[in-house]
Design a protein. Structure first.
Length: 268
């Protein structure tokens, strides 16, 4: 990953008192990219969280001979997406090698109580703005791309977009299923422009979003995953690095399950 420029959405720092050692998936991925020599930009609506993540990753970046930067933006808003893309273009005129669409929201409630506004919040961030940001960053991606080494767009999906979820997260699971299909549509359009689009369908990881579930059912979840554990940071970071490297240059339109086989089980 030496010399490659990566933009990660939702790459904020770990949240205290979540799970011991817990980090958001974006933060896990950022650490992997930085350790392998990529220049990383982190974005999210919480500027303080972005700056905290940068401060945590800075020593690792120095050791790897690279750098990490915060570019905060509220991706729910079109104007903020436009501002982010413009700021990145100013800083990286040679282009963007990897766009990692990780920012997301979830909303759990019963069928009878599920609020209308949950759909707007979740679908906007998880699906609509993925398209928006990919569209806005496309000139930068094309600038960095070559036929032998295409630029990459990687989306963080979910096994709940593959199977019928076992919890009532209607907007979330629908948004992830939509994201998986959007990635395939983008792969057809972007391939001739030397940009790939792929999805990682993630299973259980020790994140803020999974806190309540892991607190209540962590042992059950581990027992039902065929590999008998939840994901580690290196599992998702390594998958992203594979897709971003020469080894993954011919993957386009793929969906990779990073779930230990959890989507094959029926009780979680």
């Amino acid at each position: 990953m030496d010399g490659k420029v990566v933009l990660i959405t939702g790459g904020k720092r770990r949240v205290a008192a979540v799970v011991a050692g817990a980090k958001g998936i974006g933060r896990m991925i950022a650490e992997g990219y930085v350790a392998n020599g990529a220049k990383v930009y982190l974005t999210g609506r919480d500027a303080g969280a972005c700056e905290a993540a940068v401060a945590e990753l800075a020593p690792l970046a120095r050791a790897a001979g690279t750098s990490v930067h915060a570019l905060p933006a509220n991706l729910q808003e079109l104007s903020e997406c436009e501002r982010l893309a413009a700021a990145l273009a100013e800083r990286e005129p040679a282009g963007l090698h990897v766009l990692l669409n990780n920012a997301g929201a979830s909303w759990g409630d019963s069928l009878d109580s599920y609020p209308d506004h949950a759909w707007h919040k979740v679908l906007t961030l998880n699906l609509h703005r993925v398209f928006t940001l990919t569209q806005l960053c496309l000139p930068l991606l094309e600038r960095a791309a070559t036929p032998a080494d295409p630029a990459r767009v990687i989306h963080i999906g979910s096994i709940d977009g593959i199977r019928a979820p076992t919890v009532s997260n209607f907007a979330y699971s629908a948004s992830k299923a939509g994201l998986h299909h959007l990635s395939r549509a983008l792969a057809r359009e972007l391939g001739p422009r030397h940009v790939t689009s792929n999805v990682l369908a993630c299973g259980p990881f020790p994140t803020k979003m999974m806190k309540a579930t892991l607190d209540s059912f962590g042992d059950v979840i581990k027992s039902e995953v065929p590999l008998k554990r939840i994901g580690n940071p290196s599992d998702v970071a390594g998958s992203c690095i594979y897709l971003s490297s020469k080894a993954g240059a011919y993957c386009n339109g793929a969906l990779i399950r990073v779930d230990g086989g959890a989507s094959l089980a029926s009780k979680i």
